[in-house]
Every structure is written in C-alpha cells, then in structure tokens.
Design a protein around this ligand. Structure first.
Ligand code: ADP
Ligand code: ZN
Length: 605
C-alpha cells in the first residue's frame, strides 16, 4: 500500500478534485495525521468524511471506519472507489465468499479504508486480527449513537469504548452532527478519549433558505412550492402514515415523480423507494421521519415540512438533508394552530412530569420559530447557542420583513372578547363573536348581546387568527388544552386591557401562495448558479448521461458526479483532459473513467 507523501491539499485536488478545504478541515486533518484523537462536531454536509479519508491516505496502515448504516457504508465506499481509492466494506450484508475476499486483501495490506459495522468490529477474532495489523486510524461516524443522551442510541456502539485501551498509538476520530452539550461530553466519556482535540464548527447552513408559512390550503401551498422546484430532488415530511400516502397520491396524480415512504411499508418496498431516489429516478419522497438516517444524497434541493415538527432539533436535522453539496437549497415549513394542538395533546399524554416539561419547552421553541417576525436563521442558531452578527438575508423574513403596526386597540378587542366570554371558548368561537357571526350557537348562547359582539367585523377570520396567534406567542393569552383548547388570559393581559401597555404586532396578512411562472431551465439555472440557457440545457444533458452511467453501475447518481460538478462542467465546457481536471469534483480517477463520455456530450452541444 503506497502512502501519500504529497501535501494534503494535493491529495484533495488529485483524489477528490476539490481546489480548497472547507473551514476547519485542514486543521482537523493535520491533527489526525499527527496522531491526535479528535472529536469533530460539524453540521450535516459540512464535509466530515474528508476529515478521516485524507488522513487515511497519508498515515501508514488501514483506516477502520465504523458506521451504523449498511446502506450508507456501501454508498461511501462506492464513492471512494470511483475516486480510485482502495476502499472496502465488511458487514452482515456481504456473502461469505465476499467477506473472505475482503479479509484476504485486508491482511495483505491492500485496503486503505475499511468500513465496518460496529457489531462486526467488536467480534473478538476480528479485533485480534486487527491488533496484528498496521492501522492508520479509527473513525467513528455518527458518534452520538454511543450516548444514551442522544436521540439515536445504539447498544452495539457501547463496546467501541474498549478501542482506546486496546489500540494504543492508533488515533481515534469521533464525528457527529448532533449538537447538545450533554451528548458531546458523554461521547468523549463513553469512548474513553479525554485527551481528544475537539473541533466544533458552526451550525449555520448558509446555503439553505428557511421559510415558514401558515397552513391555509396546504395542498395548494405545496403545489405552488413544488412548481418552483420541478425536476429537482426533495423530501416532503408529514407526521402520519395516512397523510404521507394522501400527499404522495396527490403529487403522483399531478404528474410529479413522487413516492411515499413510511415505517408501515415492507423493507423491500422502502429500499426500492430509497434506491430510486438516490438514482434520480424519483424526484420527491413523501415520508415520515422514518426516512432520513442514511440519506446522504448531496443534491437534495428542498425539504418541506407539511406538518410542524415537535422540536427544533428534529426540524434542523431534517432540513439539514437539503443542500449538502453547498448549492442553494430551500426548507419550507407549513404549520397551523391545529398542529400545535396535536403536539400539545401528545405531550399531555406523557406520564413523566419532567419529560413533559422538557417537551413543552421544545415545542414552545418550535412555535416561536414558526411565528418569528425577525430573521429565522437567527432564531434557529440562537436555539443552538450560536449568535448571528447580522440578519441572514436568506430567509423568508429577511426577504420580506413583516410590516408592524400599533395593535394596541386590536389587542384590547381580542383580550376583552376572551374576558367577556369568561375564558370558556376556543379561538374560532371568539373570532366569530368579534366578527358578529350569526351562527346558531352564538345566538343560542346570547353572545350577540355582548359589548364585544361585532366590534371586529373589519378583519377576516384569517386576520384575527393571526392577531390571536401573536398574542398567544407573546404570552398575553394561552390555550388550555386540557379544557377543550379554550383561550385563557395571562396576568400580563391586564396591563393591555387597562391601557397601560402598548402592543406592536405584525400586520395580519392572508398568506399569499406564490406561483411564479418561470421556465424549468431558468429555475434550475437559478439554484445552480448557471448563467445562461445554454448552460442550463447542457446541464440537463450531462445529468441524463450521469443517470445512465449510474443505472448501469447500480450506484447512486452522485457517485458518478455531484450536481455541483455537472454545473461547473456546464459553465467551463472542458474539451481536454487538462481542462476537465479543473472542474470542481474531478480528480484523476474520475477523469480517466468518465472524462471521455462527458466531454463527448459537451462537444456535441
Ligand atoms: P457530512 O458527512 O459532514 O454530512 P460529507 O462528508 O458527506 O458531509 O460532505 C458533504 C459534501 O461536501 C460531499 O458531497 C463532499 O464531497 C463535499 N465536500 C466536502 N469537502 C469539500 C471541499 N473541501 N470542497 C468541496 N466539496 C467538499
Ligand atoms: Zn434571515
């Protein structure tokens, strides 16, 4: 096995075809090459893999990579091989004879990176074999799985704690995208690596545009959004299986290449959907949260939440699946007061008081994010303890800041209606009274004789709902879920009612679904930063070639080339090997393997 003596930057260019390291990568790589243990906390798509793949090519011996998901291992190994790296996988999915072949080349020192499942790694015989070999490093991917604090605890990860004592002198690098402090400390403890150098990179994903819309006609809102993303890869998350199927059916009916994915489907059916998505034979997967772990498709252009998620952690992890390749991507969340009520209902059913408190806190943070009237990214990062200096300029609020107005009188009307109705009615009813509705129930209850009856006729239902939501969000009102979701006044409402406190709110506006008519290639050009129609059109032809090659080789499309590489190709139109090597994501191996075919398409157009 020949080890690289060139600089790591040269390895980056020659093997992976990238001109520069991302923030922190070079530092982490140098530390590991020098033999330190390392703990790497980087957001999804930040580029964790290179942090151990490049040291694996520079240190003597084989690097052992532990990864919890069989499908992900195979994809990573395919991607490495297509870059000409000697990589192999060892897990329960292999046939006996294939395992034997891998073990033989491993003993012969022919493998630079070996991906193994944790249960395979900790088999005593295998550990003994490894202890007689030269090892470059251990990389533990998704390292939060070792901690019970985390949300993906895997018992088989616990035994990895013995590696540190067993293999002195072999650096261990633990990698994760999971943020919280408790999990982080626990990972270091469980893996027995107190001296690990810790690298924490920011959580911001600047290429993702965040937006939230109040759900009025969700199907229409989704259709409008998808209209701006035709032919692109994306995920739509919904909370229940039934909803997943409904939405998927509707999309298929509308001609979208979509499919459903949830835990109620058979394993082969789920694998088919996942493969088709990875191979670009399917554009949109409508899924429950069961779909995600193991999706490392770099060119997912959007993630839609059709229902409000229960926590910001979950939301951030799910939206993080968009735009791993660093190109522009969009995250849209649809939400409603009904979603909030449903989530509250689940929390109320939790028996443990402390857990109920934690979940309520998480839900409130989620609601605050949904209702944010200032930069949404600031709210998100703030939740993870990271402060943004300036507003991001790449979220819906920054793009179109809500107009605020002196809402003191409106707030007084709303709060006194709740008061006059003795805090015994829900939002819909209170709004009806304010608007002077002649619904039977209101007349039967004699509420048409209240002083507040009809004093809010100037606003629509949607407008009043927006005002009430903002008042709830600001703590003047609360919703008593235990008592039929009735509205209750909080103590702070008194000052407003007495005219001692002014209230500023966002001007209530009916949400406007935006359906822009833009040509398909123009849309794609926008998200990939292609400048001309010719480039966008060439990109489509290169994409078609990629699809064919990937299908023949039975690998995900991005193993051939990522979208970013195809876009760069469409811009540069390389016609020689020299020029082809300049394309972002093209190293020696890919030039040799695919250069000819792609340059032929480029020359043909
Ligand atoms: P993570 O494991 O942190 O989620 P990956 O290691 O899968 O992220 O990297 C995400 C994407 O970014 C991959 O497509 C990868 O090839 C690309 N990438 C990583 N480092 C660089 C770099 N220095 N320059 C360009 N692209 C990079
Ligand atoms: Zn913003």
């Amino acid at each position: 096995m020949s080890k690289r003596t060139t600089s790591t930057l040269e390895t980056l260019a020659e093997v992976f075809g990238y001109p520069a390291f991302r923030p922190h990568q070079a530092e982490i790589i140098d530390a590991i090459i020098a033999g330190s243990d390392a703990f790497v906390l980087m957001p999804t798509g930040g580029g964790k893999s290179l942090c151990f793949q490049i040291p694996a090519l520079h240190r003597l011996g084989t690097a052992i990579v532990v990864s919890p998901l069989i499908s992900l291992m195979k994809d990573q190994v395919d991607a490495l091989r297509s870059n000409g790296v000697a990589a192999a996988v060892l897990n329960s999915s292999l046939l006996a004879e294939d395992s034997t072949a891998v073990l033989t080349s491993l003993r012969a020192g022919e493998i630079d990176l070996l991906y193994v499942s944790p249960e395979r790694l900790v088999m005593e015989g295998f550990l003994q074999m490894l202890s007689r070999m030269k090892l470059a490093l251990f990389a533990i991917d998704e390292a939060h799985c070792v901690s019970q604090w985390g949300h993906d605890f895997r018992p088989e990860y616990v035994q990895l704690g013995s590696l540190r004592d067993r293999f002195p002198g072999v650096p261990i690098v633990a990698l994760t995208a999971t943020a919280d402090e408790q999990t982080r400390a626990d990972v270091l403890r469980q893996l027995n690596m107190p001296d690990a150098r810790t690298f924490v990179t920011g959580f911001d994903r600047p290429n993702i545009r965040y937006a939230a819309e109040y759900k009025t006609r969700p199907a229409v809102q989704l259709a409008a959004f998808l209209g701006r993303h035709q032919g692109e890869s994306g995920i739509v998350y919904a909370l229940s299986r039934r909803r997943v199927e409904e939405v998927a059916d509707k999309l298929v009916g509308a001609g979208v290449r979509a499919a459903a994915y949830h835990a109620g489907m058979s394993a082969p059916a789920r694998a088919r959907v996942q493969d088709a998505f990875m191979g670009d034979r399917l554009d949109v997967v409508v899924a429950t949260v069961a779909f995600g772990m193991g999706i490392d498709k770099p060119d997912v252009r959007f993630v839609v939440h059709y229902d409000m998620p229960k926590s910001i952690e979950g939301y951030y992890q799910e939206t993080g699946r968009a735009g791993r390749d660093g190109l522009p991507a969009e995250a849209l969340m649809l939400w409603s007061m009904q979603d909030v009520m449903t989530a509250k209902g689940f929390i109320d059913a939790v028996a443990d008081k402390e857990q109920r408190r934690i979940e309520t806190h998480k839900l409130n943070a989620m609601i605050a994010f949904a209702e944010a009237l200032s930069c949404r990214r600031r709210a998100l990062l703030g939740y993870f303890g990271e402060e943004l200096v300036d507003d991001c300029g790449n979220c819906d609020v920054c793009a179109d800041p809500p107009e605020t107005y002196d809402a003191t009188v409106d707030a007084q009307k709303a709060l006194s209606a709740v008061y006059r109705l003795n805090e015994r009615f829900g939002l819909g009813y209170v709004v009806d009274v304010l608007r002077g509705s002649e619904a039977g129930r209101i007349l039967e209850n004699g509420h048409d004789s209240l002083s507040v009856y009809g004093i809010g006729a100037g606003y629509s239902k949607d407008e009043w709902s927006s005002i009430f939501r903002q008042l709830i969000h600001r703590g003047y009102l609360r919703v008593d879920v235990a008592e039929y979701s009735t509205l209750k006044l909080n103590a702070t409402a008194a000052a407003v009612l007495r005219g001692e406190e002014d209230v500023r709110l966002a001007r209530p506006a009916a949400p406007r679904p935006k359906a822009e008519k833009v040509s398909k290639s123009a849309k794609r050009a926008k998200s990939l930063e292609l400048d001309t129609d010719e480039q966008a059109e060439l990109f489509e032809r290169l994409r078609e070639l990629r699809r064919q090659i990937a299908e023949e080789a039975a690998v995900p499309a991005y193993v051939v080339f990522a979208d970013a590489a195809l876009a760069d190709m469409a811009r540069r139109r390389p016609t020689s090997s020299q020029e082809f090597l300049l394309v972002n994501g093209v190293g020696r191996a890919k030039l040799e393997r695919f250069g000819g075919a792609f340059m032929e398409v480029i020359a043909g157009g």
